[in-house]
Ligand binder design. Structure first.
Ligand code: CP3
Length: 335
């Protein structure tokens, strides 16, 4: 929390995107018994999974176990997750009529997330902060329009380019839902929130501003922030960081393409950065892992607003021991 607000820390704190998931044998023990959505929707199970990296990795922050697509599901998306394929919407959103069918008043349907947050906070008992999250409108839109994951976002970008007013009506609906959803999480007791715009890198500079940044700004402006730091993540942040900063998050989470100090220096003084290790270093030999972490920390020496993380999520086949080792290296470090 100190690092998020650019206050001094004795070492950089660490958490990792996708820290609760398939690289953990203990995750599979739960996953083999329930579907992914059942895990998200059952507060006790969501809490069990959230706590795995807290107990097994001794990480500095927990992140709510859920998914960015629960907002789209609550709006009317017929969502399923299939092993090896990923998320699928059986009723993709392709025209104005599909958009008109989507509901906006859906906070009640997401109450299970608030319930999970309360269980998790009881279990954490103040030990470390809990990060809540939501998907950014553009990224959530891409799943609704494509009907699942995509390599080129062809249909989504076609909607932006040929039918911008249609795209805006969809993005505006998602932004409204996302604002209410994050405020529900804040009300339920999360200590920070992160907005994930994983596929922003598919957009040109101007399209990022018009179709992504605009809605993230609207969400951040309407959060009951109080003392809750807002972390803005996108893949593409190496390029878009100056625009992202205009939305005034407390922290910008940076992918691994950029020099983190260089990005930090181009941001307002009190804006923190998070990142930006290449997740692939966690496949490498432990001496490489240690070396890359120390190199990043030396680069960031003297910078208060710095949270150590990966530039994107942990891959499912990364060795658990390497993730644990990385956390140990960070926790032993002192400036
Ligand atoms: O980081 C965490 O540990 C918290 C939980 C979390 C999950 N998804 C759990 C999950 C978070 C923060 C997310 C966010 C999310 N979901 C994003 C943004 C972050 C990113 O990685 O870019 C996106 C794009 C999604 C959509 C999504 N959910 C996809 C594409 C997939 C399939 C992934 C794949 O590699 O197959 C999911 C499923 C998902 N979400 C899993 C987990 C642990 C795997 C589900 C399983 O057990 O099979």
């Amino acid at each position: 929390m100190k690092a998020a607000f650019s206050k001094e820390t004795e070492r950089p704190p660490i958490w990792m995107m996708r820290q609760a998931g398939r690289f953990m044998p203990e995750y599979w023990e739960i996953k083999n018994k329930y579907s992914f959505l059942e895990m998200c929707k059952t507060p006790e199970l969501a809490a069990d999974v959230t706590m795995l990296p807290v107990d097994l990795l001794d990480i500095d922050a927990a992140i709510l176990f859920s998914d960015i697509l629960v907002t789209a599901e609550a709006m009317g998306g017929d969502l399923s997750f299939t092993q090896g394929i990923g998320p699928k919407f059986a009723n993709p959103v392709r025209n104005q009529n599909d958009i008109d069918q989507l509901s906006v008043e859906v906070t009640d349907k997401l109450q299970y997330v608030a319930d999970a947050i309360k269980v998790i906070q009881q279990r954490l008992n103040g030990r470390i902060p809990l990060i809540g999250f939501a998907g950014a409108p553009f990224t959530v839109m891409s799943y609704l329009v494509e009907g699942g994951s995509s390599k080129d976002f062809k249909l989504t970008k076609l909607m932006l380019h040929n039918h911008p007013e249609m795209a805006h009506s969809l993005l505006a609906k998602i932004a409204k839902v996302t604002t209410n959803y994050l405020n529900l999480q804040i009300e339920a007791g999360v200590n920070a929130v992160q907005i994930f715009d994983s596929w922003a890198l598919a957009l040109s500079w101007d399209d990022y501003r018009e179709f992504s940044h605009r809605y993230i700004t609207e969400i951040i402006n309407n959060l009951n922030r109080k003392d809750i730091p807002v972390i803005s993540f996108c893949k593409g942040s190496s390029v878009f960081a100056p625009i992202m900063a205009e939305a005034k998050p407390d922290v910008i989470s940076v992918d691994w393409n950029a020099d983190l100090l260089d990005i930090k220096k181009r941001l307002p003084v009190q804006m923190a950065v998070q990142g930006n290790l290449d997740p692939h270093i966690l496949y490498a030999d432990q001496k490489v892992i240690k070396d890359r972490i120390h190199k990043l920390f030396e680069r960031m020496r003297g910078q208060n607003g710095f949270i150590c993380n990966l530039g994107h999520g942990i891959m499912p086949d990364i060795p658990f021991d390497n993730v644990k080792y990385a956390v140990e290296v960070v926790k032993e470090f002192r400036y």
